[in-house]
Design a protein around this ligand. Structure first.
Ligand code: SAH
Ligand code: MG
Length: 195
């Protein structure tokens, strides 16, 4: 893996305000992946491929990542990036809306990383639970959404997103088969271990 190229891609994404995974969040996810050595990872929200490329380092030697992105331009850029970094054989991109693509998937995943439309998190969770292996981990980035989720401020124009993020937290917290931790790293990360 070409780390120099990956760093260039990261800097370009930051300059272009593409919301790639934050360093402190990545640090936490890296630790989890190191422990699991996943064979299969599902990512919802590829953007330009940065997080998927970072995660690919921790895959089991035969492992693979499936990642979903609906923005055609980002898909093209992600494909180029993945090729330039030299991890093309480890990452498969599905182009389209995850709401449509997820129900067509029937794989079992060790890790699911949710990082797309916040208003769809409860739906993404339902699909992740259908495909997660036992002892697998479901991660949800941006779960605290700039602090809105834990504050009583709900007049914000993003209140639909906030309501759905709260519903996600409620569902993972109340499900007896899931053990969840919410970390205040980056924009908030929910770590849900499936029993
Ligand atoms: N995981 C990336 C960042 C993803 S940003 C990283 O850390 O490097 C979120 C991405 O999700 C955006 O590119 C956006 O186009 C995509 N997205 C949002 N809603 C989506 C949906 N319903 N289906 C597929 N992609 C979606
Ligand atoms: Mg994110």
């Amino acid at each position: 893996m070409n780390k120099q190229e990956l760093e260039k891609i990261k800097q370009k994404a930051i300059e272009e305000h593409i919301p790639i995974i934050m360093d402190d969040t990545l640090e936490v996810v890296d630790k989890i992946l190191k422990e699991i050595k996943p064979t299969r990872i599902l990512e919802i929200g590829t953007a330009v491929g940065y997080s998927a490329m970072c995660f690919s380092e921790y895959l089991h030697p035969n492992g693979k990542i499936d990642t979903i992105e609906r923005d055609a331009e980002r898909v093209e850029e992600a494909k180029l990036n993945i090729e330039n970094v030299g991890v093309k054989d480890k990452i498969n991109i599905y182009e389209g809306d995850a709401v449509e693509i997820l129900p067509t998937l029937n794989e079992k995943y060790d890790v699911v990383f949710i990082d797309a439309a916040k208003g769809k998190y409860p739906f993404f969770l339902k699909e992740a639970l259908r495909m997660i292996k036992s002892n697998g981990v479901i991660l949800a980035d941006n779960i605290l959404y700039k602090g809105y989720v834990m504050s009583d401020y709900n007049k914000h124009k993003q209140r639909t997103a906030v309501r759905n993020l709260r519903e996600y937290i409620k569902e993972v917290s109340e499900n007896p088969n899931i053990e969840t931790e919410i970390l205040d790293v980056g924009d908030g990360l929910a770590i849900s271990k499936i029993k």
